[in-house]
Design a protein around this ligand. Structure first.
Ligand code: AKB
Length: 314
């Protein structure tokens, strides 16, 4: 049985991961933390603490209080926000990661943190991007993610911390909204389709990016953390993906469920440039071979589920 501390527990991944881990390992064994508090399920369904990830003492004290054996560090700025506030992003993303790794080292805990397709850059092969390839990102977020992968490897090699990570594509969910990402359009489009029957995309047609539905992302985290360490060659971090589409393809799929759905474009140059620097599609073979990664949702199955859930919720 694990005893897990999660940072960024009220974010897009954290809100759902907290609930999934509480179902799997028991409510009292999952300590949700964030910089703020609200009345969401992640706060009321088990232990919750305010933790500022830039304060290592704060994080270590909470980890010791609950005697955790696993740290899952999710608190970070996403790509578009990081591009707008690069110095703040460096301090939060790298400082927070360093503190979380130190917490794991001090408690001899297993460690997870997400990397991203943002770790790749313009000189990376764009199609079927390999696990091991050129990584020279052109965004602050990407620089943080590559450095984070290397730092996590360093903590494994130097201090024996059991660090593991995933290069997530855009994650699509219907519980908590993402904020400040480049792939967020693929979440917003569902909300706008259900509410108003139309959407104006800030990403241009023909721009392909990898995506994954949140249930597959949560399963991937649990499966990777449970994987036999002897079989892991890569650790930080594995390419994972479930689909790759452009705005036209997701719009066409939504139109099958919401007839008359209308898509227009008002391209945001900053986020478009970020998207253009990322792969069209990545290769998840290493994750499949080393720990059995699989995704159940393709674009059609995800779209059906998203629309059904949002029609109940909105
Ligand atoms: C973003 O768009 O910044 C994130 C990501 C792909 O890492 N969703």
């Amino acid at each position: 049985m694990k005893r897990i501390l999660i940072t960024g527990a009220l974010g897009q991944i954290g809100s759902e991961l907290t609930m999934k881990l509480r179902e799997t390992y028991g409510s009292d064994n999952v300590i949700a933390t964030d910089i703020k508090m609200n009345d969401s399920d992640a706060v009321i369904s088990g232990p919750f603490e305010i933790v500022n990830v830039t304060d290592v003492k704060n994080m270590v004290d909470v980890a010791k209080k609950y005697k955790v054996d696993t740290v899952m560090h999710l608190a970070a700025l996403l790509s578009a926000t990081a591009e707008a506030k690069p110095v703040f992003a460096w301090n939060l993303n790298m400082g927070g990661l360093m503190n979380a790794l130190e917490t794991a080292r001090e408690l001899n805990a297993q460690f997870f943190t997400p990397s991203s397709i943002g770790a790749f850059g313009p000189s990376t092969p764009k199609d079927n991007t390999p696990q091991d390839t050129i990584m020279r990102p052109s965004t602050m977020y990407g620089v943080n993610k590559v450095a984070g992968e290397l730092l996590s490897d360093y903590y494994f090699q130097k201090f024996g911390v059991d660090t593991r990570g995933l290069r997530f594509p855009g994650l699509i969910s219907n519980v908590a909204l993402p904020g400040g990402g480049t792939t967020d359009y693929a979440v917003e489009i569902y909300y706008e389709a259900v509410k108003n029957g139309k959407y104006t995309s800030y990403i241009d047609k023909g721009t392909y990016m990898d995506m994954m539905y949140m249930p597959d992302a949560l399963n991937a985290i649990v499966d990777l953390m449970e994987a036999d360490p002897a079989k892991l060659i890569h650790r930080n971090a594995f390419n994972v993906t479930a689909m790759s589409f452009d705005p036209e393809e997701i719009a066409a799929e939504i139109a099958k469920q919401i007839p008359g759905f209308n898509m227009s474009y008002d391209v945001d140059p900053v986020r478009q440039q970020i998207a253009d620097s990322w792969p069209n599609s990545i290769d998840a073979t290493a994750a499949k071979e080393e720990w059995g990664f699989k995704a159940e949702y393709d674009l059609a199955k995800m779209t059906k589920d998203m629309i059904e859930k949002l029609q109940h919720k909105l």
